[in-house]
Design a protein. Sequence first.
Length: 266
Amino acid sequence: MKLPTVSIVLVCRNECHNIEPYFKTLEGVADELIIVDTGSSDGTLEEIARCTKTASYPVHLYDYTRDFFHDNMARQFGGEKASCDYIFQVDTDERLSDGYRTKLKQFLAEHKPEIVTIPREDELVPHLHDVMDYRFYRKGAQASYGNDLSFAVHPRLQYSAKPVLFNEPLYHMQGKNHWLRRPTRIFEQLSREVDRTENTRGFFREFIRGIAGAFYKFRKVYFRLGARKDGRAGLKFAFLKAFYTFLLHIFIGLKPRNVKYVESNH
């Protein structure tokens, strides 16, 4: 049975400290690495050049510096540069389990999936398994990242095929940037997401959505995704997720309402 090939796509910026372990974790899985740099200035490019010399797979580096960063569009750009059978988007703070090296390509050859869903295990909340359906797909499948403004921070893959689960964990190793180690980091992401989201509902409706969304997010993370099994760490993480959701809707509601956007969609 011929095993399919896999292109790893990385969208990064100022990730110098993560580059060497990232290159190492791809060994045995990557048939090529497509790097989309969005404007690094901390030595990331130099570290990429150093690690490329010893990598067992070819590395292709592209500059994608833009005035306005859009995660979905950057991922789409990287996917279009890939040449292998499958495209797997892996971030710099993620590490592949041993199961990826021993089972992944056999799984792809046997199931021939169009879309692959993958569970991601959190470093400090290990029972929290966030299953992602927007990272792994077959090249040529009817799947693409949209350019809608709402996908600028949280990426989303649009597809029609039924996803197939590859049940091996992808480890999320955020280090000092983990929300539990640096809770104020939520405000950095919050600022980006609020800037990229229009207020189309008004403050009162966003306020109600914030309360309902926070309740739903806490219940999902703490109970359905399993954070409750990690004690205090799981409780704090679920609270931060809920708090983020509430603040997001509050700050969006405080922005001037975009009446023209509302009228154009009716």
